[in-house]
Design a protein around this ligand. Structure first.
Ligand code: FAD
Length: 405
């Protein structure tokens, strides 16, 4: 199991004492550099950017400068022999905890890059994989175009339609909705279906380029730093080189990407509640009511103890899940149970923690000068963001008998 703390005092991420020395040198350097980047920007500016819904350009410049996503998200066999560039769930989780600690928008820009890479890395399309590795090296981000406005979780009903043409390619027409990074991604992995074949054989996963004129960016459907786009492909020419998967394999790639790629919901949630815990306990301890610190109230202590225990459990469970991801194989599929647990249950615990802390800090939790109010606004997005609680719970029910019996 990955080490998460040397003592109970550093069980939670602490920017001052953060010590990732259990990772290799370059991973440790980058994790530390990420914290230093956010600390350098400073809380006041981070909050201002959140309030003003500033797109995360500055952060993406840092990512590019440090080759952060290139190092953490490239498939090892496309890394030109560079041992630092590889996919490793344990360090990806550590990174997403840091992102959650500083702001959901940073977490999300990486998260949807991970999702966009899923169908690419899982494909047999060597050209697309080389292109993705190069774009990551150049500081690019990716996007995952599965959802549509009318269909929600029912991806079978996709209205992204591909009409075959004579040269083995297609002309794509359709609109996607809720697609993170759809404003800038060099490679948007898009799910659609052929007009000439019904049923699972007709599914196609292909890559679109958000900068092409036949890719129409319509809007950001949310207000915030995250760009959750809706875009339309209008007579978009899809060549053979753009095709990642066809038939049932395309559908499997969508599900596998969601399975593996959304794992970081749990560590993002952990980072958010850790930061909020610090703010809450600092405020409560310094606030004097009737001559005593608020932390003297027994019910306040009770809330902190419960919040602490829940965060510790969130972390421990998520770390166990990392093991199952790293050991996953056709024979070892424990991750299929632990993954929906992290996505729905760990993130739901994050919501409970915020409620416990909010009951302590009360009005302070709504002040615009706190990270707390931002985390409180976003913490509920995590269980619902990408795959809903019900869908994940039904997966838990499906895999639990196999795990236990
Ligand atoms: C901020 C944000 C960012 C997102 N980013 C992306 C992205 O980058 N790319 C992308 O492709 N998508 C993205 N999504 C979309 C996300 O994947 C969808 O929210 C998800 O597919 C579910 O769709 P829905 O929210 O419309 O809910 P619906 O599918 O409409 O669900 C409605 C209700 O039905 C229930 N339900 C649905 N199916 C089942 C089932 N099989 N069993 C039991 N209950 C069920 C749900 O639990 C829910 O309560 C994003 C969403 C948000 C909010």
């Amino acid at each position: 199991m990955p080490e998460i703390a040397k003592s109970v005092n550093d069980l939670f991420l602490n920017p001052r004492t953060y010590d990732p020395s259990h990772f290799d040198a370059e991973t440790a350097r980058l994790l530390r550099a990420t914290i230093d980047y956010f600390e350098g920007v400073g809380k006041t500016e981070l909050l201002r950017r959140d309030h003003n819904a500033v797109w995360v350009t500055d952060y993406l410049d840092f990512v590019k400068r440090e080759k952060l996503f290139s190092t953490f998200l490239t498939r090892a066999d496309y890394a030109d022999g560079d041992d630092n560039r590889r996919w490793d769930t344990s360090r990806n989780a550590a990174l997403s905890e840091i992102f959650g600690f500083y702001g959901l928008a940073y977490w999300y820009a990486e998260q949807v890059t991970i999702l966009g890479l899923g169908p690419i890395w899982m494909s047999d399309n060597d050209e697309a994989k080389k292109k993705a590795a190069q774009q990551l090296a150049d500081g690019g981000v990716m996007a995952f175009g599965l959802s549509e406005r009318a269909h929600g979780a029912d991806v079978y009903s996709t209205d992204m339609l591909l009409t075959p043409n004579e040269d083995g390619g297609f002309t794509a027409n359709g609109t996607k909705y809720y697609i993170g990074n759809g404003n800038v991604a060099g490679m948007v992995s898009v799910f659609g279906r052929r007009t000439d074949i019904d049923g699972p054989e007709g599914y196609v996963f292909f890559v679109a380029d958000s900068q092409r004129p036949d890719y129409h960016l319509i809007d950001n459907v949310t207000h915030g730093q995250m760009y959750v786009s809706t875009f339309a492909l209008e007579n978009y020419a899809v060549t053979e080189a753009d095709i990642l998967h066809t038939g049932p394999q395309a559908f499997a790639a969508a599900l596998n990407t969601v399975n593996i790629g959304k794992f970081n919901l749990c560590s993002g949630s952990v980072g958010m509640v850790e930061h909020s815990f610090y703010e809450a306990i600092t405020h409560a301890h310094n606030r004097i009511l009737y001559g005593n610190p608020v932390t003297d109230f027994s019910h306040v202590r009770g809330n902190f103890v419960e919040a602490f225990a829940r965060i510790a459990a969130m972390k421990l469970f998520s770390n166990r899940a990392i093991d199952y991801f790293r050991s996953a194989s056709l024979e070892d599929r424990r991750y299929l149970l632990f993954n929906p647990m992290t996505k729905s249950k760990v993130t739901s615990e994050g919501e409970k923690v915020m409620t416990l802390l909010l009951d302590v800090v009360a009005a302070k939790g709504y002040e615009k000068y706190t990270y707390f109010h931002q985390a409180n606004h976003y913490v509920g997005w995590l269980p619902r963001l990408e795959g809903t609680v019900h869908v994940n719970v039904s997966q838990i029910l499906k895999f639990m008998p196999n795990y236990f019996f």
